[in-house]
Design a binder for this molecule. Structure first.
Ligand SMILES: Nc1ncnc2c1ncn2[C@@H]1O[C@H](COP(=O)(O)OP(=O)(O)OP(=O)(O)O)[C@@H](O)[C@H]1O
Ligand SMILES: [Mg+2]
Length: 253
């Protein structure tokens, strides 16, 4: 982790920044997906590692909490490469792992942040093979409870191609957001990720294009986030509006 990452997210999140603006747009799009006003829980995933899931999930959660005054909770369900305890500077344990193991109540794993409406459930202790933990009924029980207590729940998780955790978690949320890394995620890999999610009956509501290496020629001098609704859905491009041509579910090449 670099020094700038260590500088916590509360310090670097500027409400007037293009990033914050894009996150507000993203939130506005996803919460009324196809006119459904009741979208309250979202899973953020990607095809493969390092495409920006944790970054997008964290900024989205902060945006929701800061600008909408909603009781928001972000959950680190990436037990393999957990990051949110660092991002939000909260203790890593106890967290989701201990909830899944039945050791603690989900509410006992919730950590406060300096943002009044934003709470975090970190990943918990280290574990090598967490897949089996997502398979039982405990996961549903956890989500039932946190959805009851929080208005908006955002879940950061592992990528869909290497592991099965995201598919299991996807049935506990209202919608799935797929992050693609501009210039990196190949079209066929993005398509494969969509197919895997669709086979799991996940409700893929949109694609975020993370322009980390600024390969897209856009207006902002900051990293650009574009959003498009999933190509399998009606309605086409929406929200960020400036979503790169041809991004869709396939992503740019
Ligand atoms: N838009 C961005 N602007 C600046 N840095 C970014 C951006 N997106 C991602 N990064 C950086 O890229 C790295 C990977 O991002 P991140 O951890 O969000 O990806 P991830 O998909 O969650 O990775 P993993 O698969 O390991 O969980 C991090 O160092 C993060 O700070
Ligand atoms: Mg991550």
């Amino acid at each position: 982790m670099t020094d700038s990452e260590r500088k916590n997210i509360y310090d670097v999140f500027d409400q007037e920044s293009p990033m914050a603006t894009e996150m507000r747009r993203l939130y506005s799009n996803i919460r009324h997906h196809h006119g459904r006003p009741d979208m309250r829980s979202f899973l953020v995933t990607s095809a493969d590692r390092g495409e920006g899931k944790s970054t997008i999930a964290s900024h989205l959660a902060l945006t929701v909490a800061r600008f909408k005054g909603k009781k928001s909770l972000i959950v680190d369900a990436d037990l393999r490469r957990p990051r949110l305890h660092d991002v939000f500077a909260v203790p890593r344990e106890p967290g989701l792992l201990e909830c899944l193991e039945g050791k603690i109540d989900p509410l006992a794993a919730v950590k406060d942040t300096p943002v009044e409406n934003l709470k975090v459930i970190p990943a918990g202790a280290r574990i090598k093979s967490p897949a089996h933990l997502f398979e039982g009924d405990v996961l549903s029980e956890i989500f039932k409870k946190i959805r009851f207590y929080y208005d908006i729940v955002i879940v950061d998780c592992a990528p869909v191609i290497p592991v099965s955790d995201p598919m299991l978690i996807s049935s506990e949320v209202d919608g799935v957001i797929l992050v693609l890394l501009a210039g990196k995620t190949p079209r066929n890999v993005a398509q494969r990720a969509c197919d895997i999610l669709r086979d799991a009956n996940a409700n893929v509501i949109g694609v975020v294009v993370n322009n980390l290496s600024e390969v897209l020629p856009y207006y902002y001098d900051y990293k650009y986030y574009g959003y498009r609704e999933h190509e399998g859905e009606k309605g086409g491009a929406s929200g960020a509006g400036n979503a790169p041509a041809g991004s869709g579910a396939g992503g740019p090449r």
